[in-house]
Design a protein around this ligand. Sequence first.
Ligand code: HEC
Length: 428
Amino acid sequence: MSGSHHLNIFLVWVFLMVGNNAFGSDSLTYFIDIKPIIDENCTGCHRKDQTAPFSLESYEDVKKRISMIEMVVESKYMPPWHADTLFRTFHNQRALSEQSLNKILTWIKSGAPEGLPEKKGAVNVLKWPSPDKIVAFQKPFIIPGDNKEQYRFFVIPVDNPSPIYLRGVGFVPKNKTLAHHSRIMIDTTKRIRPFDAASVWQAGPQLEKMNIPLANSFWTGWVPGNFPLFYPDGVAKVLPANADLVVNMHYAPSAKEEFDQSEIHLYYAKGKPRRIIETLVFDETWVTNKPFEFQPDTVITFYMRSPVLPVDLSLLSVLPHMHLLGKSFKSFAITPDGDMIPLIHIPEWDFNWQQTYQFNHLLKIPRGSVIYAEATFDNSKNNPKNPYFPPAKVKYGWGTKDEMMNLIFEYLLYEPGDEYLDFYGAEN
Ligand code: HEC
């Protein structure tokens, strides 16, 4: 009896102490509470030689920008994440948990104390396995210091006599400040080789005319903050024999000459896995309200529909693709029972943040379903990204100033238990 009485008094005392400190904020310090959150959610991009404009690796880095940080985390502008998390959540999702967000805000309000120096030293190291093979652009590419963005093709001949099975793949830009995004295709005809380092604006129309049947028109992609993608155990992505990796690379404008020689890291699967990842590409030929054209000063929504799926599929990832007129993108499946399976919704499209969205678990889409996509494009002067001023007629094409509407899924043929298959380790 008297023991529990003492305990009650003790609890009231603790409560009062904590209450005095606004939820114990005095006890929140940089080294113990905040650095781990920043290391997990911010320094992947905000570190030396990475894509973000400044580092957030040290206390001084953070303290210097404390009010800006308060603003961007509270508004959820940072960490950047463009998919609607109420529609679907993803394995590689970047977002501060409510708890982490509250910790940061409370810590800032209490004066952002550094904490005990002896707690220093917990260095965050982002770890993933070492690749089995690294291939790179054939030669360094000089990015001219002309303040213009660069949009280039690079061809990397792998010259592999037989298919290579991969448990993971990663694009690693060497110039992390200027590399903006990349899209990697696979050609086995060798016919794109003469276009190594060619400008997409110049070579795009010619390549389009050649109509080369690509082995894969969207093998993988990269945006800032992306790390290698790994697949579930027993599942592999294949690099077909005699593959040329064709990298479609976008660089930000630069005021001084710089260079880049980006790499692709390949992580080999053990042996030949039983299950191979396939790619399902929705392209403009699937648009149901053609012509796929954009009159000036109009906002238009295009719709795409897959054929009725003849088999059960397990989706691994989804990647929507549009250019500069893109405003929003949504995709969902309707099952034969009439149920809707949400796939992705990007309410505010951002050309610079195109990425592969990995589902939390393999996502079953039953046979008989139809997958739908709808995308809205703004070809008016209200669209600050409109490449033409005044707005002009825009058509389909490979150039950035042309338009595209793609939706790319990585999938497997469904097997029972797929719902529980998880992505392997190293997260985004
Ligand atoms: C995926 C990469 C990435 C991650 C993760 C990321 N940032 Fe950023 N951040 C950027 C880039 C790129 C910019 C500059 C362009 C912009 O403002 O969008 C930026 C800009 C900022 C700015 C300046 C905003 C302004 O208006 O000038 C702040 C402050 C910031 N980030 C804080 C954070 C914090 C805090 C986190 C973690 C909670 C974080 N960022 C996570 C890439 C990232």
